[in-house]
Write a protein that binds this ligand. Sequence first.
Ligand code: GLC
Length: 463
Amino acid sequence: MNPFKVISIVAVAVVTMLPAPLHADSTPRDFTMETPAQREQRMAWFNRARFGLFIHWGVYSVPAGEWQGKTNYGEWFMEETKMPVSQYEKFAQQFNPVKYDAKEWVRMAKDAGMKYIVITSKHHDGFGMFRSDLTDWCIKSTPFQRAPLKELADACKAAGITLCFYYSIMDWHHPDWGTRRAWNDKATGEPDMDRYVVYMKAQLKELVTRYGPLGILWFDGEWEKPWTHERGVDLYNYVRNLQPNIIINNRVGKGRAGMGGMDKGQGVGDYGTPEQEIPPTGFGPGVAWESCMTMNKHWGYNQHDQNWKSAQVLIRNLVDCASKGGNYLLNVGPTSEGLIPGPSIERLAAIGKWMKANSESIYGTKASPFERLEFGRCTQKPLGVGKTRLYLHVFERPKDGRLVLPGLANKPLKASFLGGGGKLDVAAGENKVVITLPAELPDQHDTVVALDIKGITHVIKGS
Ligand code: GLC
């Protein structure tokens, strides 16, 4: 090979890998102008990961969902009870999560097959779970004299899990948030959004620069009037100037269309955020999204909420997201002692057991080529040169034991259960492929059949 070519390839690779220089005097870059190729490279880890842990943890875990006989509260406690801010602040004095073990949380997430963790650094109540120099309304004011986010950052780094921070734009505690609540008895004067943005940016700088590189900044609370598209674009660029390769969700801007979570009209941010729902279909290549969901009915800890989804539902939700080209961000709400609730631990372990045998059918896969499959879902991946592997997720075994892939025009090469078992009988019909299943399937939650086919998947629609 021509040595000059080698040197220039190396030079290009080095230049594209270097973070953008950031000097005090450098002009901030407009990152909304990024090319599709740059974006694809930046989003690559996210699009491969498919599965993350959401953690909603704050001083609202002290009342644990209960107040004056009502038991349905969570992280919206302050707003829903209309408790004066001065009274709510007292929860901080009772927040002492001495049983918190960051390594153990990270181990649980990793064993469940999760690749990233998004934790609330500040929720709508404005309380910082980190030691901020800008306010006392943070972990500094609790008896817990440790640094929970720093501990989590260290544990994530050691385990190879990507750390991400949730940060609420809306702030019910800060006197300058534009729609100040009547029960904010601590605030005086008029709210000033420009001043608020200065505060928020300074806190974000602490978060982005003190915990090592972050995977995602997960904004929320963007829907109230004082937040505007222009402010969203400015914040997006601010954070990316601090860490150019960071990923930012679409809740930084005003484009999100309700709980469906995708942008309509003018949006900013890198991916859509469906909440408590999985879209009926994907959105095609290049459109990234992540469904966030609770395991019971609350994000923050609620001691009375025992409405747990089964492990089977959670596994199938993860598969459903992957089959539509999206990620699944599954939530836990730890207690004020620093413990993840037992039923959540059990479910994470059950998902982990399934992932141990089947994660190949999740990580780095692409969306299903089929519009609909009676028996379940499909994900796929290129397999070396000239071959594709289809992962057929069998939720319901067809009564006649025949797994029919309508419209699949490729030549089938071989089929077998993922994670063990002999070959399955596979036959090509006219524009369809049929696999014969045994009477009993190995996994009650989702048995995955790996089907290798020749070439790039070709499905004739309407078959
Ligand atoms: C919401 C809620 C919030 C939760 C979030 C998770 O919009 O306001 O409490 O943190 O969704 O997606």
